[in-house]
Design a protein around this ligand. Sequence first.
Ligand SMILES: [Zn+2]
Ligand SMILES: [Zn+2]
Length: 307
Amino acid sequence: MRITFLGTGGGRFTTISQRRMTGGFRIDDFNGKNYHVDPGPGGLVRSYQFGLDPKKLDGVFVSHAHTDHYVDAEVLIESMTRGMTKEHGIIMGSRSVFEGFKQWGPCVSKYHKTNSENLILGPNKTKVLDNMTIKGTKTVHGDPTCVGFQMEHDGFKLSYTADTKLFDKLSDYHKGANILIASVIRPGSSAIKGHMCSNNFAELINEVKPDLAIMTHFGLKMLNMNPVVEAKQISSKTGVKTIAAFDGMSLEINTSNPTKSKFISLKDNNARQFIQQENNSFQKVISRQENNADKKLISYTRDFIER
Ligand SMILES: [Zn+2]
Ligand SMILES: [Zn+2]
């Protein structure tokens, strides 16, 4: 299994400034299937940039109807279904994404819903897909139908909080997670409505006790404070290895010991390799786009996970 971050920015100001990318993340080979989670602006382009094939998707998960999570969903659904010519895959997410809820959404048109299975998730709603199980997890967020998930296969559990504030029972939904991925928009103790800050995430980690914790979805204040430093503090506070994701970070997950997962930092080289295979001139242009990942940050994170 591999997890690749196609964007680690979150909130409207990081998104419109693109100080970090906002393409969401990919889970590849989870029980042989590939999923794109929360494809905000850039989800499609960043897939190519980091050498992932958006045609090789089996599922698109959209947690809620905020632009930094859904903007590229429809075009990825088109990729997943070979331009809507084949029936394939599953679209999963909140009620607002499919049907609209109050002023939120819908985010996927009737047309785009027709060639894939549709799964509206809510808290504790569980669905077995092949031999993987996905469970919706509760959030408290601006879009009241926003939903996270916990995926389970062969005893291995991967949890994603989506956007939420820390609330009493949040840890119950993510209990047993081997890997816990969370949206942590603010540093230190400066939480804002409907979101977690670093201290909130440390509390959640203390309750869930995952093998590995990953924070992403950084707002401008977090980026100014340096998420790597925040992650290091959380690690020492909780004793749980916590890493701050960066754009193009990919982890080859060691399911028997996630702390020993292999760390790969993707550059356009990976994309070039893919492009050679595809021999597509449009993608060649994309491959020249800069990779914003700060070299120092990459080497720090590599040292950290390989330690
Ligand atoms: Zn968000
Ligand atoms: Zn949101």
